[in-house]
Design a protein around this ligand. Structure first.
Ligand SMILES: Cc1cc2nc3c(=O)[nH]c(=O)nc-3n(C[C@H](O)[C@H](O)[C@H](O)COP(=O)(O)OP(=O)(O)OC[C@H]3O[C@@H](n4cnc5c(N)ncnc54)[C@H](O)[C@@H]3O)c2cc1C
Ligand SMILES: NC(=O)c1ccc[n+]([C@@H]2O[C@H](COP(=O)([O-])OP(=O)(O)OC[C@H]3O[C@@H](n4cnc5c(N)ncnc54)[C@H](O)[C@@H]3O)[C@@H](O)[C@H]2O)c1
Length: 460
């Protein structure tokens, strides 16, 4: 039986980083992957999704270009050729992940892993290695980095609906898409399909999409949806799906029926822990996830750790990577690196991107007297193109200390801009620091350093 200092289950964002850093620090490391190296982000998440967002924007950009004097026109989108290009890029990235691990001296295994006991793993057949002969591995430290998987509600006809995993490999682009769920995936794919020319219905339970984001930003998004050709169905819950002669009928509670060629469930994700044998290792599972201490990723069993989506704490790639990196350094290298998880920035890659860092107005006003600064404007490139829609920016500032507690934006390059603001919020900079920063003209970003008069004072 092979023995390791560290064995990682799951070759995704968190697992790959953890294995690589541990090996670079001299540990003997093995890692197992069941399906695709690089995990969700690279294969069926962030990366192909962002490529799809780019694809979706070109149609509108050509329209804009005409207004800027170009003799350009669009004659439809070739889904099959786009998917083939996307797949080529993803398999290039798969190769990079494998070579990164190999170069670091990590042993790679393909197959489905499960615990036999708290120090022993068995690897059996999986989609990546259907004929794998079962083999056992022992390790002093084991990291569970198995990620998460889409959740479908158990309504009649749910089997007719797809999830995000399927959306990346559809044979053709559906003409009519009904997307259920107003979270990250629902909003992003609504933008993608609408941009590519599909008719899109977006169904969600709240008054506005993106629960947990700043309420004013959410309201702004609701106002923008129709401008992108998306039909919103707020405060609606799906009841059942029926197959019809022309596609599917999605019935909503209250009686409305939406006809679609594709019903897309974007109704959240749950940790992938079934069949992992956690009970054999004695690892406690609570509410379907592995609870850990963020400070050291430790489970209740000494020597067993969990990082990334399987802990259901942040569910983002950079946080999974940071958790994996921190754990490897703490176990085998020099501990001491710090990451500010509390100021993790978030972005939703909708056609008009949205991004946030720090506290929302609702969160901040519970414990602080705050000054709110807002700005809403027509982005400059739309003046000639005539495109409708406005950008929105917001700062949440502590009234007494003037520390910037949160920054929120919807508009061109919002994610790129908020990444910069995230440094300011993480560093605890004040509104005065923003005020004394000279703007970069003409940009949308300069608005964040030129908002002088509070829109309102709240809380306390
Ligand atoms: C459509 C979509 C878009 C997203 N977009 C973004 C984005 O833009 N930005 C962002 O930050 N985050 C995004 N995310 C979230 C991000 O992908 C995840 O937070 C991140 O991948 C989590 O990393 P992880 O290492 O925890 O898990 P994963 O990357 O999911 O890796 C887990 C790996 O473990 C493997 N595995 C599972 N069980 C076993 C087993 N028993 N044996 C062997 N291997 C196993 C799986 O096959 C998988 O490859 C997106 C997610 C989705 C679904
Ligand atoms: N840009 C990014 O960083 C990005 C992009 C995609 C996904 N992700 C990550 O992946 C996670 C999963 O994304 P997601 O959009 O699936 O989840 P989510 O938690 O963001 O949104 C799920 C949505 O589904 C709704 N919902 C849940 N059960 C339902 C039901 N039975 N009927 C109707 N609606 C229901 C919820 O109210 C919510 O609006 C995210 O939380 C995020 O962490 C991140």
């Amino acid at each position: 039986m092979q023995e390791y200092d560290l064995f990682v289950i799951g070759g995704g964002s968190g697992g790959v980083r953890c294995a690589r850093i541990a090996a670079q620090n001299g540990a003997r490391v093995g890692i197992v992957e069941r399906r695709h190296w690089g995990g969700t982000c690279v294969n069926i998440g962030c990366v192909p999704k962002k490529l799809m967002v780019y694809a979706a924007e070109y149609g509108r950009s050509v329209d804009d270009a005409r207004k800027y004097g170009w003799d350009a026109s669009v004659h439809g989108h070739d889904w099959a050729s786009f998917i083939a290009s996307k797949d080529k890029e993803i398999s290039r990235l798969n190769g990079i992940y494998v070579s990164l691990l190999e170069k670091a001296g990590v042993d790679l295994f393909t197959g489905e892993a499960r615990f036999i006991d708290s120090e022993t793993i068995e690897i059996g057949p999986s989609p990546l290695e259907p004929n794998a002969k079962p083999q056992k591995i022992r390790a002093k430290n084991i990291v569970v980095a198995t990620g998460s998987t889409p959740t479908k509600p158990s309504i009649p006809g749910a089997e007719y609906g797809i999830v995000s995993d399927d959306a990346f490999h559809l044979e053709e682009r559906p003409q009519r898409v009904a997307i259920i769920g107003g979270g990250y995936i629902g909003v992003e794919f609504a933008g993608i399909f609408a941009g590519l020319g599909s008719s899109v219905d977006l169904i969600y339970r709240q008054e506005h999409p993106l629960r947990g984001f700043d309420d004013e930003l959410r309201t702004h998004l609701s106002e923008q949806l129709p401008l992108y050709g998306i039909k919103a169905h707020p405060q609606k819950t799906p009841e059942k799906i029926e197959k019809t002669e022309t596609g599917y009928a999605l019935h909503l509670e209250g009686g409305a029926v939406i006809e679609a060629d594709c019903v897309f469930f974007a109704t959240g994700r749950h940790p992938r822990i079934e069949n992992l044998g956690l009970e054999k290792a004695g690892v406690v599972v609570k509410d379907g996830r592995i609870p850990v201490r963020i400070i050291n990723s430790a489970t209740n069993v000494p020597g067993i750790y969990a990082i990334g989506d399987v802990t259901a704490m942040y569910n983002l790639t950079p946080t999974a990577i940071a958790e994996g990196h921190l754990l490897a350094e703490r176990l085998f290298g020099q501990a001491g690196r710090e990451w500010s998880f509390a100021t993790t920035p978030k972005a939703v890659f909708f056609s008009q991107p949205l991004a946030s860092v720090g506290l929302t107005e609702e969160e901040a006003s519970k414990n602080h007297k705050i000054d709110i600064y807002t700005s809403s404007f027509r982005p400059m490139h739309q003046t000639l193109s005539g495109r409708e829609g406005r950008a929105f920016m917001k700062l949440v500032v502590d009234s007494e200390s003037q520390v910037v507690l949160g920054a929120h934006m919807a508009g061109p390059e919002a994610a790129e801009i908020i990444q910069g603001l995230a440094i300011a919020v993480t560093a605890g900079l004040t509104k005065r620091d923003l005020d004394r920063t000279i703007g970069l003209h003409p940009t949308s970003a300069e608005e964040f350093v030129t908002m002088r008069t509070p829109t309102r004072h709240v809380g306390g």
